[in-house]
Design a protein. Structure first.
Length: 201
């Protein structure tokens, strides 16, 4: 049986500062490859002789590749930060144009939007206002939801932000700006907008 103390796994090699490309280019084929008999997994176990890993780590090729990898990582991080800053600036500068509708029309659209979301059974008549028996404040919430949906085109401002890098911050800023704009355009909805900003971040 293989003495695992003289081997290092792919995860262990990564912890030593190797990237997958470095492993592929500098180490090549694993010294031991197969299924781990101790646990079920689709991924094969890949083990590299520790002595071979340490030998490669002392070569000029490893030092050069490692430095290049760090430079690429740093450049990618700098690009992501510039992109995040640009998106946040665009969100802050973008004028938010909330559709201005007469009160009854906004109510009708809000109720219809709510119905389309599945809150009412299909085929039910479209009411002109909040249905009887609806919870207090429901119509206000539905109006804010409808207007928020009507402003969804502004989410295109988030294009190009992926993963964790600034995406959450940009989404929170955009949500806040949209709710603030709805509150300004429709003062009776401002309280619900402030509540959503507090709840949704």
């Amino acid at each position: 049986m293989t003495d695992r103390t003289t081997y290092v796994s792919l995860a262990g090699v990564r912890r030593r500062g190797w990237t997958d490309a470095m492993v592929r280019d500098l180490l090549g084929t694993p010294d031991v490859q197969g299924r781990d008999p101790r646990r079920w997994s689709l991924a094969p176990v890949r083990l590299y002789l520790l002595a071979r890993v340490e030998t490669v780590e002392r070569t000029p090729e490893f030092a050069e590749t490692s430095a290049l990898s760090r430079a690429r990582s740093s450049a990618a991080g700098a690009y992501a930060e510039r992109r995040r800053a640009a998106v946040l600036t665009a969100i802050r500068a973008e004028p938010i144009e909330v559709p201005r509708l007469p009160g009854p029309e906004l109510e009708r659209r809000a109720v219809r939007h709510r119905r389309l979301l599945g809150a009412r059974s299909p085929g039910a008549p479209e009411p002109a206002g909040a249905p009887s028996g609806a919870p207090a404040g429901a119509l206000v919430r539905w109006q804010v939801s409808y207007l928020r949906h009507a402003l969804s085109r502004y989410e295109a401002l988030l294009d190009g932000l992926y993963g964790e890098t600034g995406r959450g911050e940009a989404e929170r800023l955009l949500r806040r700006r949209l709710y603030e704009a709805i509150g300004v355009a429709y003062p009776p909805l401002a309280r619900e907008c402030r509540r959503r900003i507090a709840v949704e971040g």
